[in-house]
Design a protein around this ligand. Sequence first.
Ligand SMILES: Nc1ncnc2c1ncn2[C@@H]1O[C@H](COP(=O)(O)OP(=O)(O)O)[C@@H](O)[C@H]1O
Ligand SMILES: [Mg+2]
Length: 318
Amino acid sequence: MEKRELIYEGKAKRVYATDQIGQVIHEFKDEATAFDGKKRGIIEGKGRVNAQMSDIIFRYLERRGIRTHHIKLLSENEILTWWLEMIPVEIIVRNYAAGSLAKRLGLPERTEMRSPLVEFYYKSDELGDPMLSREHVRELGLADEEQMDEMAAIALKVNDILRPYFEERGLVLADFKLEFGLREGRLYLGDEFSPDVCRLWDTETGEVMDKDRFRQDLGKVEETYAEVLRRIGEEETGITASVFISPKRGILDPAGQAALGALKSLGFDEVGEVRIGKYITLRLPGMEAERVMDRVREMCERLLANPIIEDYRIEIEE
Ligand SMILES: Nc1ncnc2c1ncn2[C@@H]1O[C@H](COP(=O)(O)OP(=O)(O)O)[C@@H](O)[C@H]1O
Ligand SMILES: [Mg+2]
């Protein structure tokens, strides 16, 4: 992979061409801006955190069926992605009112939304990223109806995936911004996912864990970015194995028999057979994927299952 000419330099990243057609490198910068570029500064280590966090989050989303531009992390502050023809509409999802929304609607900071809000903004530095209605998007020809619906639906799905993801890591995902683009006629999630483009609050203390620390001069900016990456990066190495165990066909399964009888007596006549098994998940930190299957099979044979009377199936997720 060869890094070629600079295609575009934005506020947070430099985008470079590569020797691979259709693939670009995003180099994440430590420079930070806020309030339409009126506030500027350097957040030491931000480029590294944002590249690595984007890598982790995009891979996580890919595994859950979201199509993203992500290919791989190249170095501590560079990612390789598909080049997208970007749609100049920013999609914001809000679980809580904060910042501009709280001000505009007169809501107290951190008011929880009845259900997640999806908003559209025009990605235009000259105009200061104004909010757009669907009519505005249509009028400006920025995206068609179908693309608007698809972007909104994907944004909500991303929220459904990431809200519990951050919750498990002690962070409330208050809001976030997504950018989409087109490749071969299909919509892809692009840009980045980092504390620059979302609001995160510590679940226990309520402490601000995102770029608001920079915007509001709250101090400990570098430390906070590093802490967010630490929380989400911790269990990154390693693999999860799921084991599904069920009684073999033809083996007497008293629990299954009982459930079958009960279902029939409730009128579920369509059921012909019930087998009741168990579901086990194993975390294997620091293990290479190639060895996992053999090891887990051995665990099943020797302890987790009884191979004489039970079948088992193993699923592996990186
Ligand atoms: N996969 C991609 N292909 C092409 N451009 C992209 C891709 N992902 C993001 N971009 C664009 O790269 C530019 C650089 O990012 P950034 O520094 O965040 O810019 P900005 O100052 O506009 O926010 C942005 O215009 C962004 O929309
Ligand atoms: Mg940006």
